[in-house]
Each structure stands twice: as structure tokens, then as C-alpha cells.
Design a protein around this ligand. Sequence first.
Ligand SMILES: NC(=O)c1ccc[n+]([C@@H]2O[C@H](COP(=O)([O-])OP(=O)(O)OC[C@H]3O[C@@H](n4cnc5c(N)ncnc54)[C@H](OP(=O)(O)O)[C@@H]3O)[C@@H](O)[C@H]2O)c1
Length: 141
Amino acid sequence: MKRILVAGVSGAIGGALTEALLERDKESVMVGLCRDPAKVSEPLRSHSRLTLLAWDAEDSQAPDAVARALGKIIPAPEGMDTFIYAAGLLHDGAMFPEKRLEELKAESLSRAFAVNASGFALLVRALLPVCHCTPAQPILC
Ligand SMILES: NC(=O)c1ccc[n+]([C@@H]2O[C@H](COP(=O)([O-])OP(=O)(O)OC[C@H]3O[C@@H](n4cnc5c(N)ncnc54)[C@H](OP(=O)(O)O)[C@@H]3O)[C@@H](O)[C@H]2O)c1
């Protein structure tokens, strides 16, 4: 039985991958992360083999909270065997893709780094005890 974690389950890529993986392997168990699980679209939100957890890549405490919650859902000896990082931030109401140096803003750069880069690394660090990904089963991003 595959146990798969998807960060960014509410997004276009993360949601499509989650749907496809649940469909492909009827034994798989999945955990999906995003800021607000209530916003994940149906039928994923009510899928019996998908558990949704809140996680904000801009919150430095969030990875440890995810690891604690995961430990209750999936016993550590079993652990997750695949981790897909599909969270990403290019633009939202407060930021947009810069086209000129003059448009760079420290806060936007910092937010983009938190979601697109350090969010991945900090989750991997926190999930080490419950993630049994090996080089042969690489972490995808
Ligand atoms: N789709 C494409 O064709 C394409 C092509 C090239 C590159 N990309 C890049 O690939 C990434 C994913 O693409 P997408 O189309 O799936 O984007 P999307 O639909 O906008 O989804 C973004 C995902 O990232 C999550 N996210 C954003 N900010 C977050 C935060 N602070 N903490 C936790 N999660 C956060 C969102 O969750 P929330 O529900 O919490 O917002 C959502 O699940 C993006 O960076 C995009 O720019 C996409």
C-alpha cells in the first residue's frame, strides 16, 4: 500500500496528481497539505483515502505541526513513502511576476522563497521521522 504526501493539494497540479494517484492505485492512502483544507474542491475533500491537513509555508512552526499530525495518522514505522511538493507561489492578490528590477519588493521575494524553496526543505526536515523516501523513490517537486 502506497502512502503519499502531497503539499499543494488545493492547486491545479497538486490536485490533479492527487486525483490521478488515488484513481491509479485503489490501495493508496494520501495526505494533502494546503493552507485551508475547506477550500479543496470536491470530490477530493470528501475522498475516503485522502486526509487533508492545514499547512502554511510562510509559517515556520507549520512543518512540525504537520509532522505531529502525520504521526497520528500514519504510524512512524510505516511512514510515508512518497512526498510530492506541488505548492508554489508566482502571484496572488498582493504580488505579481516582476518584469523589471524596479518592481522587486523584499516582502514578495521573501514570500516567494518561503513557498517555492524553503517550504520544501523545512517540510523534508520535519518529516524525516515519518518519511521513508529513498534515493530510489525520490522526493518530487
Ligand atoms: N500549472 C502550470 O502550468 C505551471 C507551469 C509552470 C510552473 N508552475 C508553477 O508550479 C506551481 C504549482 O502550479 P499550480 O498551477 O498547481 O498553481 P496553483 O493552482 O496556484 O496552486 C498553488 C498551490 O500552492 C499552495 N500554496 C500557495 N501559497 C502557499 C502557502 N503560503 N503555504 C502553503 N501552500 C501554499 C496553494 O495552496 P493554498 O490553497 O493554500 O493557496 C496551492 O495548493 C506554481 O508555483 C506555478 O507557478 C505551474
